[in-house]
Ligand binder design. Structure first.
Ligand SMILES: [Zn+2]
Length: 150
């Protein structure tokens, strides 16, 4: 695939820098378009959609946000905690709009799987099918998500 100038700009935004100290690609050497295509195939394989995932993450996020810094138990099965930080983030894909800084941690009390995500992750999953590069701090594998939140 030919890289457009828009792609180049997005790629630059995904590297460590102004938008994020650590960046969004981790140790992944693939182009972000390749990362996205690979994750799309993975979602097809495990029969999930970005909407199913982002709706579910948003549901947990909103409930945890209400309870400030205390962990809450949701559906008697998920322990969720929202840690908020001062500041806002913008989408590296060049959208208007800002996302709250914060980390949501979820522990599935049945299988003990623990995952975490940020409000920006939810947007990047829902609108870009972007789960971040391998080795990135907030990369979440779709297969792990499936076991953790469904
Ligand atoms: Zn976006």
């Amino acid at each position: 695939m030919k890289e457009t100038s828009k792609d180049k700009k997005i790629h630059k935004n995904l590297l460590p820098g102004q938008m994020s100290i650590k960046g969004f690609l981790g140790k992944d050497k693939r182009n972000f378009n390749e990362i996205i295509s690979a994750d799309r195939r993975e979602l097809d394989r495990i029969m999930l959609t970005t909407k199913m995932i982002s709706d579910r993450l948003l549901y947990f996020t909103d409930l945890a946000f209400e309870s400030y810094d205390d962990a809450i138990i949701i559906e008697k099965k998920y322990e969720v905690k929202y840690q908020s930080f001062r500041g806002k983030l913008i989408c590296p894909f060049g959208h208007a709009g800002v996302y709250r800084k914060g980390i949501i941690t979820l522990k599935n009390l049945e299988n003990k799987i623990e995952i975490s995500w940020t409000p920006l992750n939810i947007h990047m999953i829902s609108d870009h099918c972007f789960f971040e590069g391998k080795g990135s701090a907030h990369r979440i594998e779709a297969a792990i998500l499936k076991n953790a939140i469904f």
